[in-house]
Structure formats: structure tokens, C-alpha cells
Design a protein. Structure first.
Lengths: 285, 332
């Protein structure tokens, strides 16, 4: 019956991945920019919540303070660096955002050092809940899943039911047409990018108590997000969700079933899906 | 004009061991090895149009293959080690390429990165091969024919010229390849794949072959590095290494083949210099990368070619036309 626990773990991990991957895929789908530094936002979210929680002594206030910081950071980076990448070859986008990773990673080391940090689970969410007579499951992990579900639902609402979402969807399909309809889509780019950065940072924040905070955590999540986006199809939020769940399952059950090759399970899954559909499950050819 | 510049540089390289300190000769050997690696990536990016973010995988893999086949107590024969490493790397490139080349654009970038990471994690977690600490290569492969030692690669200078020879060999082989019909097709693929396919070429196989060739040459670089450094670690396969090689190709100037060699020299020199400036040299490196992307997209080779074009151009105060010979004035 640990199957149930592993299943819940997969779902929780999948949701976290979805938050990060959706930002990545949205930025690419709408702005046409591949942002390698996306993982660094996740990392900065985690470090910010570690630092702020230490300062104000309250985890939730820490998150509330950290999010605006991340929104501003995303906006500044977009204006200073990303804006110069529009319409340029993917190669240069990859390189410039790679340079950004180097800068952000080193900045993190300068600000907070190279140690591993842990963020304590807030007391109100500490403890476990009984699933069956013999199994218990940490409340905090359920909290993560629930919060991510709410955020995902919120994203769906914004994208599918609001005018902003309509513009975003249209812009990801045909940018020029949206502009010729009189909408200044450039103004939306900063919003989309900041939102993506904040999403990734938020994932880092709520994930911090379970995954600890360490240098290089951004690189790790970035690669997995790439896999998620490739599987799901670039530009598709639905694809990011499905891809994230698949990877969540592959990773968790891979660790359980084939511990020696656990990290390869994720890539093997990607390879299999790509043989079947090279453009991803929901990608446009 | 550029040819004279390159030949001059070659002369400098040939002469260097006689004047350079041991440490710097070793550094230049590093530069040449990265030159080979960068050329192999240029074949992919600059000539076939495939942007791979996982090229270091073949570089590191070859190093590990060398470590696997080198016994701890004696030197392995180069006639065994080199084919083993190159063929092993080529096989890996074939398998990975078969999955990757069917995608294009951004998917290709991500997939090559993901596969390279897969290899990275495999070696990182494999304790038999040293795990995250890496594995040593205790003896350089021996180059013997029967009982005669053809080359003593333990001799620093001999090894230097060996690497130089490899680099030149790779350069001229690639030049020949690119001038051949095969080379023309892959350049056509870079220009416009659909049109090339419409001409009847099975572009998947051309891309795959190019991928395998690039991977094999990358493997050669890894083989040489294994010999030079004596140690292989998972970091050699990591994506920061891949990013570095990509950076070298762009810095040098992609699509020129000699550009990446210059880029390798420049980058390793810069890395060395930055590391002396500050412990947070990675920050400087990040800014440098961004600066190159924004201000020097065509790389050093681009600069050289612009300069050469200016020098080759005839004077703008135009000489009189041929009519002057006949005594006629060219004035209207």
C-alpha cells in the first residue's frame, strides 16, 4: 500500500513541476523566447523564502514578501536582457540566458553562500494525516498539491476566461495578427515574463520545506522542466500539465522500482514519447 | 588575407614549445583540444544548422571510455584505445542522434541537453566509475609498432605536436568534407531543409551522419583531454561544459571552422584571466557571454573577415578606366 503514498508523491512532484514548466512554456509560446534562466527563478524563490522566513519568522509572510520581489526581478530582467532577444535566433537566446544563469547562480552564492539550507515546515501544517489504518501522509505535501491545484485552476481561468488570457492565447498562435488587430503585444511580454518568473519562484517557495535549499537546485529543475515541456509540446500549458504528471510518475516510481537507474527513467520516458510524437503530445508541428 | 593570418598563427603554434613555459605549453594544449571540440560543434551548428546543447556528452564519454580501457598498471596501446573510444562515442552519437535528429529547432536543443544530462547522471551515480569524483587515467596510451616506440607521448613536447597534428588533421578533413557533395547537402539543410528535401535528399540521414561525425570528433577531443589531464569526471559531460563549447563556437564565429579554434584560444585565455581577477569569476563570465551575444554575434572570425574585407578592397578614389590606355580621357 505504499503505492498510494508514492502516487501522492508523484502527484505532488508533478504539480510543482507543472508550475515551473508552465512558466517556461508560456514564455516560449507567447514571446518566442527560450529562457534557460527559468530554473534560476525557482532557486531564487527558495532562497528568498529561506531568508525572509528567517527575518519575519513566519513562512506565509515570507512568501507574501518574496513574490513581489520576484515579480520585480522578472520585470527588470525582461526589460534589460530579454527584450533584446525578440526575433533573434534561438541559438542567441540560449546563449544569452545561459549567461544569465551564470550571473544569477553566482549572485546567489554571493548573497547566501554555498551551504545547504532547510526551511522548516510551518507549524500549522506540520504533522501527518492518516490515509488508511496503517499509512500516514505528511499534511504539508498535501498542502503543496492543493495549492498548486488552485494556482493551476487560477491559470486556467485567466487563460481561458479572461480577455488577457485571450490575448495571450492569440499571441502564442500568431503574434503579428494580434498586433495588426491593434493590440500592443509588447506590453504584455513584460507581464507574461514576470508572471512566469513568479510562478517558478512560487514553486521554489512552497517546495523549499520538502526539498531543502542549495546551490544548483535551479539547474536541476530546469532540465526536468525541459523534459516536461518537450513531452507536452512547447507552448501548450495543457501539455505542460500532462507532461509534468507523467514525469512526476516516472521519477517517483523510477526511484522506487529501479533505484540504480532512477535518474534515467525520466529521460527514457522522454525518448519513448518522442519516438511516437516528435513534436510532443500537444505540440503543434 | 585571412589565410596569411591563419598561417602566421600556425607558425606561432609550431614555434611555441621552444619559447613557452611548461605551464603555458600545457595551457595551449588545452586550447588546441578545445579547438578540436569546437570545430566538431561548428560542423553541427554552423554548417548543418543543428544547435546541440549536449555536445559535451561525447567529449566526456570518450574520456570515460579511455579510462575504462586503460589498465591501472600499464599503458594501453593506442591502436586499441583510440578506435575503441572513437567508435564507442560514434555509437552513442548514433543512438542519441537517431532520437534527436527527428526533431528540430527548440526541441532539438532541449533533447540533446536532456540526453547529455542522462549520461551525466549515469556517470555521476556509477560508483564503479568513480561517481562524482571521477576516474584517473594513470598511463597515457603507448604508440608502438611491435617493440619500437613510435611516439613517446609522455614527452611534453612530443605530446604537444601530437595534439597540434590532430587539430590540423581534423581541420583539413572537415574542410574536405564540407567541400564534398555530402558537405554541400548539409549546408543546404542549414539554409533551407524543406527545399533540400524537395530536391530529393533524405535529410534525416544526412543530419544523422553529420551528428555522428561531430560526435566522433568530439570524442577525439575527449580522448586527448583524458590523456592530457589524466582524469575524467562527470563534469566533463555536464551542460555547463556544453554551454562553454557553444559559447566558444559563437565567440570564435560559427560557420567558419577556423573561428571556433580562435574562440577556444580566446575563451580559455579569458577563463584563466578572470579566475585570477576574482573568486566570483563566473559572474564576469556571465556578463562576457551576454556581451558577446549582444555586441559580437558573428564572433572573432566576423571581426577578422570585416577587417580583411576592408584591407582587400581597392582604393575608393577609383583608378581611371581602361580607356585611359588609349590616350582618351575618361572625363565626360
Amino acid at each position: 500500500m505504499t503505492f498510494l503514498i508514492q502516487l501522492l508523491n508523484s502527484i505532488q512532484y508533478g504539480f510543482l513541476l507543472f508550475l515551473v514548466a508552465s512558466g517556461l512554456t508560456l514564455v516560449f509560446g507567447i514571446m518566442g523566447i527560450i529562457n534557460l534562466a527559468h530554473g534560476a527563478f525557482y532557486m531564487f524563490g527558495a532562497y528568498l523564502v529561506y531568508w525572509l522566513t528567517g527575518v519575519v519568522d513566519n513562512y506565509f509572510v515570507g512568501i507574501l514578501l518574496g513574490l513581489p520581489i520576484m515579480l520585480v526581478m522578472g520585470y527588470v530582467i525582461e526589460r534589460l536582457a530579454i527584450a533584446r532577444l525578440y526575433q533573434r535566433d534561438h541559438l542567441y537566446q540560449v546563449l544569452l540566458t545561459y549567461g544569465l544563469i551564470l550571473i544569477l547562480n553566482e549572485l546567489q552564492k554571493i548573497l547566501w553562500g554555498s551551504d545547504f539550507y532547510s526551511v522548516p515546515v510551518p507549524a500549522v501544517l506540520d504533522g501527518s494525516i492518516a490515509l488508511t489504518e496503517t499509512q500516514v501522509y505528511p499534511i504539508y505535501r498535501l498542502f503543496i498539491s492543493v495549492v498548486c491545484m488552485l494556482v493551476a485552476a487560477g491559470m486556467y481561468f485567466v487563460i481561458a476566461r479572461t480577455r488577457l488570457g485571450m490575448i495571450i492565447r492569440a499571441g502564442s498562435v500568431n503574434r503579428e495578427m494580434v498586433q495588426s488587430l491593434g493590440i500592443n503585444i509588447n506590453r504584455f511580454y513584460a507581464i507574461v515574463f514576470s508572471a512566469g518568473a513568479a510562478l517558478a519562484a512560487f514553486a521554489g517557495m512552497i517546495g523549499a520545506p520538502v526539498s531543502s535549499v542549495y546551490p544548483g537546485m535551479g539547474d536541476q529543475i530546469l532540465i526536468i522542466s525541459f523534459v516536461v515541456v518537450v513531452i507536452g509540446g512547447i507552448g501548450s500549458v495543457k501539455g505542460a500539465f500532462v507532461g509534468a504528471m507523467i514525469i512526476g510518475l516516472a521519477d517517483t516510481f523510477g526511484k522506487v522500482l529501479i533505484p540504480d537507474f532512477a535518474s534515467m527513467a525520466v529521460y527514457a520516458t522522454m525518448a519513448l514519447i518522442l519516438i511516437w510524437r516528435p513534436q510532443g503530445l500537444f505540440g503543434r508541428t | 588575407m585571412i589565410r596569411y593570418f591563419l598561417m602566421f598563427n600556425l607558425l606561432l603554434l609550431v614555434a611555441f614549445p621552444w619559447v613557452g613555459e611548461h605551464f603555458y605549453v600545457g595551457l595551449v594544449m588545452n586550447m588546441m583540444i578545445f579547438g578540436i571540440l569546437a570545430m566538431s560543434l561548428d560542423l553541427l551548428i554552423g554548417y548543418t544548422g543543428l544547435v546541440s546543447l549536449g555536445h559535451a556528452a561525447y567529449y566526456g564519454l570518450a574520456g570515460y571510455l579511455l579510462a575504462i580501457i586503460s589498465p591501472e598498471s600499464a599503458a594501453v596501446s593506442i591502436w586499441l584505445a583510440l578506435p575503441f573510444c572513437i567508435l564507442g562515442t560514434a555509437l552513442a552519437a548514433l543512438i542519441i542522434g537517431w532520437f534527436s535528429v527527428r526533431t528540430s529547432g527548440i526541441y532539438f536543443i532541449m533533447i540533446t541537453l536532456a540526453f547529455a544530462q542522462m549520461l551525466f547522471y549515469y556517470f555521476n551515480e556509477n560508483t564503479d566509475l568513480g561517481g562524482s569524483d571521477g576516474i584517473f587515467i594513470f598511463f597515457k596510451p603507448s604508440v608502438t609498432l611491435g617493440s619500437i616506440t613510435l611516439l613517446d607521448l609522455d614527452n611534453h613536447t612530443v605530446f604537444y605536436y601530437f595534439i597540434l597534428a590532430c587539430m590540423l588533421l581534423v581541420y583539413f578533413l572537415l574542410r574536405m568534407l564540407l567541400a564534398s557533395p555530402f558537405g554541400q547537402v548539409i549546408q543546404g539543410i542549414r539554409a533551407n531543409e524543406n527545399r533540400t528535401r524537395a530536391l530529393g535528399y533524405p535529410t534525416f540521414y544526412y543530419k544523422l551522419v553529420s551528428f555522428v561525425i561531430a560526435g566522433s570528433i568530439g570524442g577525439l577531443a575527449g580522448f586527448l583531454e583524458g590523456m592530457h589531464g589524466g582524469i575524467v569526471s562527470p563534469g566533463h559531460l555536464g551542460w555547463h561544459e556544453s554551454g562553454l563549447i557553444l559559447m566558444i563556437v559563437i565567440l570564435g564565429g560559427m560557420g567558419t571552422l577556423y573561428g571556433p579554434i580562435l574562440g577556444a584560444f580566446a575563451m580559455i585565455f579569458l577563463q584563466d584571466w578572470f579566475q585570477e581577477l576574482t573568486v566570483h569569476w563566473i559572474l564576469l563570465m556571465g556578463f562576457f557571454v551576454i556581451a558577446v551575444v549582444l555586441f559580437l554575434p558573428r564572433g572573432i572570425a566576423g571581426l577578422i573577415e570585416d577587417l580583411a574585407a576592408k584591407l582587400d578592397k581597392p582604393a575608393t578614389d577609383s583608378k581611371p578606366l581602361a580607356t585611359e590606355k588609349n590616350g582618351e580621357s575618361s572625363d565626360p
